[in-house]
Design a protein. Structure first.
Length: 358
């Protein structure tokens, strides 16, 4: 008896009991409505001189009305079960599976109720999106773990070597330099992860600031001077005076990342062009290099988190810079594009909407 009571109290049993009560109510409501319609028709006919109260026909007619009402009510109830309550029950069960982490659930509906068809379609779309988000989250965690593990392993190795008293002074300096490089890489990784996480979860941005866009681009180039001077890279600047109102600190991060990438993938003695244009509705910033370039496949994934097009330069980055740039530009109501060919360099275009100040 206890087991039966526990089963009756389960959420599934309560759910089906609610459905049964609704169907019973719908059944009797249908009979009531049909009988009311029949009585109304009889009254209207009697008002026009047609009577159904004669002998056997009256009894037969009454029985027929009840039978027809029951049949029609049963048909309506059957339609309600298979076309309304059954799909709702399937959606409820599917939602429960998703709540327990099963994102593979998909529903099918072959009825003709438009609202239910849309509900099932939206449910399947939600399940697909949640599955994609879960996959991205797992990949992100795996990539973060890998990116942290590599410099930590290097740092552990160099510190172990430094603990050896027999190494020479030149070796000690070399190991210290590489250890500091690993620490710097960890700092860059954590900074980018924090920036990206903050940006993705930030509902509103800071108030726009009015400033000179051309001057900000020059500041980014000056900040990166140690990197481009080391490779003897020259710059060709085409930047007229343009004043904008926007997210100054966030956009500065975009310019340093894009120009820094151009420096990293340029050959020694190369040239980088930074061009600024103003159209009636957009500001266009071009960063053009003459470096190694990219294949079509690399261009499709260049803005993905942790993706690095050139495996030979993985030690110089963590694959988050361009993903951060795309997120920033998107939040600033802009778009970022890239065109490239292997061996012919790359062109990055950032398009921002014009403002009244510009």
């Amino acid at each position: 008896m206890k087991k039966i009571k526990q089963c009756n109290r389960s959420p599934e049993m309560r759910h089906y009991k609610r459905i049964a009560r609704r169907l019973t109510l719908a059944f009797f409501a249908t009979i009531f409505v049909l009988l009311s319609i029949f009585i109304l028709i009889m009254l209207l006919l009697e008002r026009h001189g047609i009577s159904f109260h004669s002998g056997t026909f009256s009894a037969f007619g009454s029985i027929s009305v009840y039978i027809i009402s029951v049949v029609l009510a049963s048909a309506v109830s059957y339609f309600a079960v298979w076309n309304i309550f059954r799909p709702l029950s399937d959606i409820s069960k599917g939602a429960k599976k998703i709540a327990h982490g099963d994102y593979s659930v998909r529903l099918s509906y072959k009825g003709r109720v438009k609202e239910l068809a849309e509900s099932v379609e939206n449910f399947n779309y939600m399940a697909q999106e949640l599955s994609s988000i879960e996959m991205i989250r797992n990949d992100f965690i795996a990539n973060v773990s890998h990116e942290f593990k590599t410099p930590l392993s290097s740092l552990n190795g160099y510190l172990t070597l430094l603990s050896d008293d027999s190494i020479s002074e030149s070796e000690r300096k070399e190991y210290l330099s590489k250890a500091f490089f690993s620490i710097e890489k960890l700092n860059d990784l954590t900074d980018n992860i924090l920036r990206l996480s903050k940006l993705e979860n930030q509902v509103t941005l800071d108030a726009p600031v009015t400033y000179r866009l051309d001057e900000q681009l020059r500041e980014a180039i000056v900040l990166l001077e140690p990197k481009w001077s080391r490779k003897n890279i020259s710059f060709d600047l085409e930047m007229p005076e343009i004043t904008i109102s926007g997210q100054r600190s966030l956009l500065f991060q975009v310019w340093t990342n894009i120009i820094g990438n151009a420096i990293k993938f340029s050959d020694t003695g190369g040239c980088i062009t930074v061009k600024l244009e103003r159209s009636p509705h957009h500001y266009k910033i071009y960063v053009i290099d003459e470096g190694v370039g990219m294949t079509d496949e690399q261009q499709r994934h260049i803005f993905d988190k942790f993706y690095q097009a050139d495996s030979s330069r993985q030690s110089q980055g963590n694959g988050l810079g361009l993903a951060l740039c795309k997120e920033i530009v998107s939040r600033c109501n802009g778009k970022i594009y890239v065109t490239s060919k292997p061996g012919e360099g790359s062109v990055f275009l950032i398009s921002l909407k014009t403002t009244k100040e510009g």
